[in-house]
Design a protein around this ligand. Sequence first.
Ligand SMILES: *[C@@H]1O[C@H](CO)[C@@H](O)[C@H](O)[C@H]1NC(C)=O
Ligand SMILES: *[C@@H]1O[C@H](CO)[C@@H](O)[C@H](O)[C@H]1NC(C)=O
Ligand SMILES: [Ca+2]
Length: 338
Amino acid sequence: MRVYSSCLFLLACAFLGFTYSQTLKPDETALFPVIFNLASHASIKANATCGENEPEVFCKLVEHVRIFPAENLHCDVCDLRGNNRKQMHPISNAINGRNTWWQSPSITNGRQLNFVTVDLDLGQVYQIAYIILKAANAPRPGNWILEKSIDGITYTPWQYFAISDGECREFYNVQPAIGVPKFTRDDQVICTSRYSRLDPLENGEIFVSLVNGRPGVEEPSQTLLDFTSARYIRIRLQKIRTLHADLMTFQNNKNLKDLDPTVTRRYFYSIKDISIGGQCICYGHARLCRPKDGNRTNLQCQCEHNTCGKNCEECCPGFNQKQWGRGKNGNGFQCEGN
Ligand SMILES: *[C@@H]1O[C@H](CO)[C@@H](O)[C@H](O)[C@H]1NC(C)=O
Ligand SMILES: *[C@@H]1O[C@H](CO)[C@@H](O)[C@H](O)[C@H]1NC(C)=O
Ligand SMILES: [Ca+2]
């Protein structure tokens, strides 16, 4: 289990009151467990993967490839059912902590391959601070939605990504955030074109902080706690990023199958790594969250302040002198005995 110290990791630096706690006496502070990478123990699915039905040829997107049309130096095969591991790009590669990657079928198989969904189940509800996606042998996705759910049925968007500010409006009906996003609300859902640029053609990265820059981050509001709580995370990919010249060709051709496959084979999604930084929900009453009975998908808060329950959401028996409250910095809430 990789552990990130919350302040070393800038994306979550101010998460959940961390900044105040150093200057207060121990009994006045709220307690929060460390933020760690939840993706490594998640279960993950994708509804399309390169070479899942039969071996498929794909090529790398390189500028000026058409100067050397006869050379296939930049092409390779994916085959999920063969026995060459190097040709397998299953979705589990996106959370294995190694350099291997997941790859979707190219749009040579049809325009519908722009729409691919990746689903993660974290096993229980956590508070999510940030998400980092890394691409491999393709540019970052163009248009897509990052969504979350508590129950696996109702999903709500966390953030929209689009090829251009115009597509934020047209595709998602959201005003684009320009530059480093500024938030006026704790549950504001933005759209950005920042992470959909064509460059770099390979190994691009996407950083999503769900907390930084939001008004309620120092003393987390209920709205921010609700906004960041999730068990299920969904990556809804909706448009592959293309070179401008190729985009024109696609628009003028209804049927992609009629197009030169050396062009369409270069368009697919690839994800090398998904990191999800999050922590157990312990309402400010635990500094540790540990596997229960050695089961790493079942983590439990080690409650302090005389609180009990899986999430320290109640006062322990015999400590019901006053009503349970969240641990906040400065008030040092503790359940009290009779
Ligand atoms: C994947 O699932 C999404 C959502 O159900 C659907 O819209 C999309 O067409 C599916 N993609 C493929 C390639 O089956
Ligand atoms: C671990 O805990 C999860 C969630 O409570 C449960 O679904 C799973 O069966 C457990 N696994 C083992 C090996 O006990
Ligand atoms: Ca990997």
